[in-house]
Design a protein around this ligand. Structure first.
Ligand SMILES: CCCCCCC[C@@H](O)CC(=O)SCCNC(=O)CCNC(=O)[C@H](O)C(C)(C)COP(=O)(O)OP(=O)(O)OC[C@H]1O[C@@H](n2cnc3c(N)ncnc32)[C@H](O)[C@@H]1OP(=O)(O)O
Length: 279
């Protein structure tokens, strides 16, 4: 049984070294094209930009350490939800310092939902971004514990066409490239591990889909400016396979936020999704 007394456990700050090569590899992993020079060329005219979804990357090593501390078998884990909040641009070179905290462990009966929060600063201690992730740990629930708060519902105005709709094709190699940025979970590369987890073949990382959707929001709602996206939160509602087309739709709400939804040909894959964009 999962040890709920570990709520509050905090690790770090742990160092994450970032170089232009890491940033470009990450961008290729989330589908950037050779023509997206600001994402794939360190010599780009206005400099290499960092996609805001990179905020999830320094969290990987801290997360894997926490899973080990909590004795959670990675094979039970599906990524359930993710949220990022940006305080400023992410640098493409330097040391980032990340602290991770176990913010909650909830009983979803069929699963335990483990909520992890991170805070990342630069070396001088300036806050750069925060993240919040929930991990759906199948088979670890059912101890009669707190089911946790209900997910925030997002009002998607389906009575009107979205303000933007962008379709992006993932490649068969998408997970093989994306994993080089830090999430080396075999679920995304090894057919045997995928079958044991109940999938016909390896599935795409949730955070790879998150990166594709972030690129779509930058294009559809931010005029391509990485600094305008201030926050983005999603629920991973269904699986994506490498090779799928991901269509991301965004509706501008009255309060200026965007309701977001992403879908493949089969299903909605990102639900309960909101983006905060600065005008
Ligand atoms: C930064 C470092 C990150 C490290 C990550 C390392 C791991 C990664 O490598 C792993 C991955 O990337 S996995 C790929 C991405 N994730 C997915 O593809 C999951 C897709 N979602 C599903 O399959 C289902 O929603 C599923 C299976 C998740 C849930 O579906 P159901 O079993 O049908 O659940 P349901 O009966 O509808 O609901 C039961 C309770 O759970 C809540 N819930 C449902 N979906 C959730 C989700 N996605 N996230 C969080 N909570 C979720 C429901 O609200 C319900 O709770 P309650 O009864 O309290 O309302």
């Amino acid at each position: 049984m999962i040890d709920t007394s570990r709520v509050g456990l905090t690790l770090g700050p742990l160092d994450h070294k970032v170089t232009w090569r890491d940033v470009i590899l990450y961008h290729l992993g989330i589908g950037a094209r050779a023509t997206d020079l600001h994402f794939v060329w360190e010599g780009a005219k206005d400099g290499l930009k960092v996609c805001p979804s990179y905020a999830v990357i320094p969290a990987f090593q801290p997360f894997f350490r926490v899973l080990k501390e909590l004795k959670i078998d990675l094979r039970t884990v599906l990524h359930g939800e993710e949220a990022i909040r940006l305080h400023g641009p992410i640098p493409s070179e330097g040391i980032l310092k990340t602290t991770v905290k176990v913010a909650g462990i909830y009983d979803k009966k069929k699963a335990a939902l483990v909520v992890l929060e991170t805070e990342t600063t630069d070396e001088a201690g300036t806050a750069l971004f925060d993240t919040r992730a929930s991990l759906f740990c199948r088979g670890l629930g059912g101890w009669g514990g707190d089911p946790g708060p209900k997910a925030e519902s997002v009002p998607v105005p389906r009575d009107r066409v979205p303000d933007f709709e962008i379709s992006q094709k993932t490649t068969e190699e998408q997970a093989a490239i994306y994993r080089l940025s830090g999430d080396v979970n075999p679920l995304h590369i090894d057919p045997e591990t995928a079958r044991a987890a109940g999938f016909p073949k390896p599935i795409l990382h949730g955070l790879c889909t998150f990166g594709f959707a972030t690129r779509a929001i930058l294009e559809g709602a931010c005029g391509g400016d990485v600094n305008r996206l201030k926050a983005f939160q999603v629920r991973f509602a269904d699986v994506v396979f490498p090779g799928d087309v991901i269509t991301t739709r965004g509706w501008k709400l009255e309060d200026g936020r965007y309701a977001i939804e992403a879908a493949t040909e089969r299903a909605v894959v990102l639900s309960h999704a909101l983006a905060v964009v600065e005008d």
